[in-house]
Design a protein around this ligand. Structure first.
Ligand code: ZN
Length: 282
């Protein structure tokens, strides 16, 4: 199933039509918190299986917001693709770097990314994001996929000067407003036969900058769930961006950074495409 945030309301996406989850269920389901969606999950699944949909709206007539607009946590993983480790000269460590993108940075799948004033070193990072479905602590890797609600495309927009030079901690340079486009839909696992081997790519103005597979990850999704949940209780709706493959702008010679007017497309096989235009800060 594919869930979208249709103008702030939970929508089920079927064949380019969006069906309002509230109307489908005959019940008032606030889109958030995620717990409400989880509580009605069985009813939604049943409706989906029956295929009894009426009163949908064509997808191109709705404004899609981020499928998970207000998670309690947004984790991100540093240097988690072998190709990206090689291009940056970073060590692959036994425990990967975990940082946060503050939830205020979340952005819609087709909304503008605002480039901050300053150094002009804003960069792209195409990433697969997973979304928790269950509350859990100490979730073993074998049980991990079953604890997820699904996957989204994510773009880990990064201001490199602030990330690297102004701070020893990544989170600040990763958390400007609009720096975390998510979506276009939350795609459940039944639509992704092998989430550990999906093509992932990033295009800037149509030019392919990143083109890899999630199979290049150093720590795969089940082991990331195991790692995070060994430290903290994960909650429904928590989001984790799982690292980016080779091809970021800062690792190019000479480096390439985003400019106002650039269009960043983030595509993951079976999950979808984000399309975000860069604009200058007012
Ligand atoms: Zn990243």
């Amino acid at each position: 199933m594919r869930f979208v945030n249709a103008g702030g309301r939970a929508g089920l996406l079927v064949d380019d039509m969006v069906y309002d989850v509230n109307e489908l269920s005959g019940d008032a389901i606030p889109y958030w918190p995620m717990e409400a969606l989880v509580a009605h999950w069985e009813a939604i699944v049943n409706l989906h299986e029956v295929g009894a949909f009426t009163g949908g709206t064509p997808l191109d007539q709705v404004h899609l917001g981020p499928p998970v607009p207000r998670p309690s946590s947004v984790f991100a993983i540093g240097v988690n693709y072998r190709g990206h480790a090689a291009e940056t000269g970073a060590d692959i460590r036994p425990i990967p770097a975990v940082f946060t993108k503050f939830p205020s940075s979340i952005n819609g799948p087709y909304d503008d990314v605002v480039l901050p004033r300053g150094e002009g070193t804003t960069d792209w990072e195409a990433e697969l994001a997973f979304v928790m479905g269950d509350t859990g602590r100490n979730i073993g890797a074998k049980q991990a996929l079953g604890a997820l609600r699904g996957f989204m495309c994510a773009q880990d927009i990064s201001e490199r000067f602030v990330q690297m030079a102004a701070s020893r901690q990544f989170s600040l340079g990763k958390s400007y407003d609009t720096f975390c486009p998510l979506g276009p839909a939350l795609v459940t696992l039944d639509e992704l036969p092998d989430p550990l081997s999906l093509r992932i790519s990033c295009r800037v103005n149509g030019e392919v900058m990143q083109d890899s597979s999630t199979s290049d990850m150093v720590v795969d999704v089940p082991h990331l769930v195991e790692l995070l949940s060994s430290v903290m209780t994960l909650r429904p709706g928590d989001v984790c961006l799982t690292g980016t493959p080779a091809g970021v702008g800062v690792a190019r010679r000479p480096p390439v950074f985003l400019k106002p007017g650039d269009v960043v497309e983030t595509e993951i096989e079976g999950v979808g495409v984000l399309r975000n235009r860069c604009v200058a800060e007012d």
